[in-house]
Design a binder for this molecule. Structure first.
Ligand code: DOR
Ligand code: ZN
Length: 345
């Protein structure tokens, strides 16, 4: 049987939610990943170091017994994030980045940044103190076509931002386009990107196969096949600028299957296995360890994990649904096979 042993991976972009949802989803991540960069878009969002400390404690309390998962916390950037809060975050030892949601771009982003200029003081402090800015890179101008939002955002916001702060550590989160990949490649070593498993495995046809498929809807939305191929090329390239971030984003079934369904795809139940599929399909399994376990930690200046995770090439069926507090959660591949599984130790 084919096996693959990796330095234990980390998830550099994850939504863990709170309360009973947190308790429902955390074990899936903690069984696979040693650490995860936890997104701050709760309601209300995690805007201060004190709020991040409290959220971190709730995550630690929800950890399954025997699993040493470490949450890496982020702050939610607003028009009012102060230079003092940035300095506090840098000193905290547990806040590792600040997340920039353009206001209105996605789930719980209403309190995000209305105009980037308003956040310049905070971003200037981040650049000076080496605290990374994690970017949801989509233009919010309603006149921009949804499939062009990433490319337009790069031109209108990211390029000028890096011209102004050339040393800023910046991660283009969940990159989805060839333009995004080109932007990251052309920038300095201070600029990187995370890539999700779903954007490596699917193109936009998945949202409409045989009818509208809300469980394939996320933001940034799935793109054309040529963009998926550009993401695969980047992920398997061995460049340390590209690393794993699942963007696993759970929503209750009722919030996805309705007149205005939420954006988000749940992948944590197969968080590393799906990447193994994508790398195998590209005949590049030997490149998975760098992408999943090495490059992200190096970018954030953190040590590699000391232990390993073993994957086995054996198909298993994903359950039709998962418990999610009072509701149900429909995972990616519900009722279908995943071709790799983790060897539980
Ligand atoms: O699909 C998404 N879901 N994209 C995001 O940017 C946010 C996320 C969420 O929190 O549900
Ligand atoms: Zn996200």
């Amino acid at each position: 049987m084919q096996t693959l042993t990796l330095t234990r991976p980390d998830d550099w972009h994850l939504h863990l939610r709170d309360g009973e949802a947190l308790a429902a989803v955390l074990p899936d991540t903690a069984r696979r990943f040693a650490r995860a960069m936890v997104m701050p878009n709760l309601k209300p969002p995690v805007r201060t170091v004190a709020e991040a400390a409290a959220y971190r404690q709730r995550i630690l309390a929800a950890r399954p017994a025997g699993l040493a998962f470490e949450p890496l916390m982020t702050l939610y950037l607003t028009d009012h994030t102060s230079v003092e809060e940035v300095a506090k975050a840098r000193r905290s030892g547990f806040v590792h980045a600040v997340k920039y949601y353009p206001a209105g771009a996605t789930t719980n982003s209403d309190l995000g940044v209305s105009r980037i200029e308003k956040a310049y003081p905070a971003i200037e402090a981040m650049a000076a103190q080496d605290l990374p800015l994690l970017v949801h890179g989509e233009a919010t101008d309603p006149a921009v076509d949804i499939f062009d939002r990433e490319a337009v955002f790069i031109d209108r916001v990211l390029t000028p931002l890096l011209d102004r702060y050339p040393k800023l550590k910046l991660v283009l989160e969940h990159v989805t386009t060839r333009q995004g990949i080109d932007f990251v490649r052309a920038a300095g070593a201070n600029v990187a990107a995370t890539i999700t498993a779903h954007h490596l495995l699917y193109n936009r046809n998945a949202m409409f196969k045989g009818g509208i498929r809300p469980h394939y809807y996320c933001l940034p939305v799935l793109k054309r096949e040529q963009h998926r191929q550009a993401l695969v090329d980047a992920a398997i390239s061995g460049s340390p600028k590209f690393f794993l971030g699942t963007d696993s984003a759970p929503h209750a079934r009722s919030a996805k299957e309705c007149g205005s369904g939420c954006a988000g795809i749940y992948t944590a139940h197969a968080g590393i296995e799906l990447y193994a599929e994508a790398f195998e399909a590209a005949a590049a399994l030997d490149k998975l360890e760098g992408f999943a376990s090495v490059f992200g930690a190096a970018f954030y200046g953190l040590a590699r994990n000391p232990d390993t995770l073993t994957l086995v090439r054996a198909a298993w069926d994903v359950p039709a649904d998962l418990d999610f507090g009072a509701g149900k959660l429909i995972p990616l591949r519900a009722g279908e096979a995943v071709n790799w599984k983790i060897l539980e130790s």
